[in-house]
Design a protein around this ligand. Sequence first.
Ligand SMILES: *[C@@H]1O[C@H](CO)[C@@H](O)[C@H](O)[C@H]1NC(C)=O
Ligand SMILES: *[C@@H]1O[C@H](CO)[C@@H](O)[C@H](O)[C@H]1NC(C)=O
Ligand SMILES: *[C@@H]1O[C@H](CO)[C@@H](O)[C@H](O)[C@H]1NC(C)=O
Ligand SMILES: *[C@@H]1O[C@H](CO)[C@@H](O)[C@H](O)[C@H]1NC(C)=O
Ligand SMILES: *[C@@H]1O[C@H](CO)[C@@H](O)[C@H](O)[C@H]1NC(C)=O
Ligand SMILES: *[C@@H]1O[C@H](CO)[C@@H](O)[C@H](O)[C@H]1NC(C)=O
Ligand SMILES: *[C@@H]1O[C@H](CO)[C@@H](O)[C@H](O)[C@H]1NC(C)=O
Ligand SMILES: *[C@@H]1O[C@H](CO)[C@@H](O)[C@H](O)[C@H]1NC(C)=O
Length: 747
Amino acid sequence: MPFSCFFLFLAIEVNALHAASGTQDFGFGIACPLGYFPCGNITKCLPQPFHCNGIDDCGNHADEENCGDNSGWSQQLDAIYDKKAFQYSLDLETDECLVGSVPIECLCRGLELDCDGAGLLVIPSVSSNVTLMSLKGNQLRKLIANVFKKYQDLQYLYLQNNNISFVSGHAFRGLYNLTKLYLSHNKITFLKPHVFEDLHKLEWLIIENNTIKCVSPLTFYGLNSLILLVLMNNSLAQLPDKHLCQHMPRINWLDFEGNHIHNFRNVTFISCSSLTVLVLRRNKISSVNENSFSALQRLAELDLANNKIESLPQHLFKDLKELSQLNLSYNPIQKIEANQFDYLIKLNSLSLEGIEITNIQRRMFSPLKELSHIYFKKFQYCGYAPHVRSCKPNTDGISSFENLLASIIQRVFVWVVSAVTCFGNIFVICMRPYIQSENKLHALSIMSLCCADCLMGIYLFMIGAFDLKYRGEYNKHAQLWMDSIHCQLVGSLAVLSTEVSVLLLTYLTLEKYICIVYPFRFLRPGKYRTISILVLIWMIGFVVAFIPLSNKDFFHNYYGTNGVCFPLHSEQSESTGGQIYSVIIFLGVNLVAFIIIVFSYGSMFYSVHQTAITAMEIQNHVKKEMTLAKRFFFIVFTDALCWIPIFTLKLLSLLHVEIPGSITSWVVIFILPINSALNPLLYTLTTRPFKEMINQVWHNYKQRRSLGGKNNQKMYGPSFIWVEMWPTEDTSPELTNPANFTDSSES
Ligand SMILES: *[C@@H]1O[C@H](CO)[C@@H](O)[C@H](O)[C@H]1NC(C)=O
Ligand SMILES: *[C@@H]1O[C@H](CO)[C@@H](O)[C@H](O)[C@H]1NC(C)=O
Ligand SMILES: *[C@@H]1O[C@H](CO)[C@@H](O)[C@H](O)[C@H]1NC(C)=O
Ligand SMILES: *[C@@H]1O[C@H](CO)[C@@H](O)[C@H](O)[C@H]1NC(C)=O
Ligand SMILES: *[C@@H]1O[C@H](CO)[C@@H](O)[C@H](O)[C@H]1NC(C)=O
Ligand SMILES: *[C@@H]1O[C@H](CO)[C@@H](O)[C@H](O)[C@H]1NC(C)=O
Ligand SMILES: *[C@@H]1O[C@H](CO)[C@@H](O)[C@H](O)[C@H]1NC(C)=O
Ligand SMILES: *[C@@H]1O[C@H](CO)[C@@H](O)[C@H](O)[C@H]1NC(C)=O
């Protein structure tokens, strides 16, 4: 029964595997567009994100079925052999004990004996017609010669969780009818050759969690029916140099997970031609011979995860025509050939977790027509396998399989922030020329700043536009997008914007600093000097932004490391050149600029504070200082808000701290544009000249209407109105409420 059941299970499994393979037609004749899946037998297609999201979106629960990668057999086997092992007593029809007298601690039903946890020190003696003996969790220490000899009808023998350290070479003599033998969780270190000689009918041999150090083909002598051999969590240092499966011709499933195997020869598996599953996970295998698996024509699952394999021979998989699941995760593999997987035409599931694939390309996965599940180290790699239905990880925090911007909040706010930034800056650019009482050179710098900040808005707009373009099917385009010239240009636009903005802010700050700290020296820059500084700043910005595009060898794909094309943290450590460059920019130039800004405003405030005490009357001075302090605080605060997270991120990624990708996209959409969006407010909309202009306009408007009570003379400006930077005029604003200044000085 169990034997045929097992094969039935295998057959069903193979059919299921083939049925589940890669087509979009899911067997109900309903074809859905790419990125959509059908709701079982009803004609409804839903986008991929609805699959397995815990909500019955289809209405018939079809979207919540098959949520796992079912191509793995190991999980299925676990389920099956655990159930079969412990369900025996449920199948019984009789409660009567048919095996004569049994020890008092034991239970007996029919021909089955259950002595679990009975504290036995020796094998109990019962009638010879017993078919099942469960002795789990006892204190057996030895299995002496011929101890089971009389139990020739025994089919199931459970000896887990004992203290067995010695197994006689003749211990299992006479168990001609045994089909399943469990020896897990004991202290067996050695199995003598021929120890299983009589077990011609044994199908399952499970010896997990012992300390077996070596096995030879002769250990398994006589196991003519063995299908499943599990030697998980033992101490095997190597597999025999000779034909491992010589004496177990039907072996189907070999599990050597969690041993210390460091190598095996190309002859080891040569006689294992029936092998379907080979698990070598968590060993110390460092190299594999090109011909190691050449005899395994029927192999369906190969698990080499968590080993120390550094290179894969080019034709390693050439004979594995039936392989449907391959796990190579967490090996220090340096390089994967483009044609490495070409032979695996039936592959269904491929795990490459934890592997840096520097030369990744579509060519690698395109021959794998049946592939439906693929697992990578990085989300970015998913773009190279666009035909695979399920790719994990399914997001890098920024993008998802479906969308360039994974989060809906980001998809909406990229437009909002872009609009605010663009509008504010364009408004200021248009308004500035109409402000009369203004230093023209200062206005020029401010307009320059607005232009730079406006580029940030354009950058966000482009990201939003491409997100819209790729909506729902981003993965198909991800790699092309990140490699495209559009991405490069958009990225350099953002860097140009931030760098010019940072340099201009520093320049403006230094200008004010000089004016305030040395008010009596005539250090105001002339027209020529201002213009050349502005030109210089823009040139530096362009150079910084476009240098990475000039040398592909040095920088690789500097901007295209993520979907938003901003080189904030490139954990893709492919180009050290690019990394050093971005550290120099973000932690060098920008940090220095930030420190200059903080320091300058600090000493400006101190300087004003000092002069005020000597030159001004106290009452006025307090107000003025309050407003100045607030204004300085806000300028430094927004700079800090914008830059400190970025410095921190950069520093952390320098220290190899794992940074979730989602942080990057939030920084790019919300933090980075803070300055660009607020600069118009800080440097124009809340300054005295602008306020005066607005007042003028308002006043004219009122006069034209020649209405309005005298009480309405008071003007309410925007919520923050501060004096302009140079507190030389005497018309200081009246302080009515700390957050809301009104100005009644006009009229
Ligand atoms: C779909 O299948 C379910 C059972 O799997 C059945 O009850 C239902 O009637 C079927 N619906 C259609 C439209 O065929
Ligand atoms: C098993 O053996 C015992 C005695 O050894 C006997 O009483 C019993 O009837 C036998 N049961 C069967 C099903 O043969
Ligand atoms: C297992 O056997 C060893 C001696 O072989 C003994 O020292 C140890 O206490 C035993 N452990 C248990 C849990 O019985
Ligand atoms: C057990 O094996 C013996 C000899 O191989 C055979 O005669 C007998 O019928 C078997 N018993 C069962 C229950 O299969
Ligand atoms: C094998 O060892 C690992 C690690 O020690 C442990 O997590 C796992 O539960 C063990 N498996 C079995 C079946 O004992
Ligand atoms: C034995 O199994 C337990 C879990 O059941 C695990 O924690 C332990 O590490 C295993 N021991 C060995 C040597 O694998
Ligand atoms: C096994 O590998 C050795 C070299 O390691 C080679 O000489 C031999 O031909 C290989 N045998 C087979 C059957 O591939
Ligand atoms: C592949 O192996 C890794 C590491 O042991 C494991 O986490 C992962 O689940 C495996 N993949 C599949 C598909 O079984």
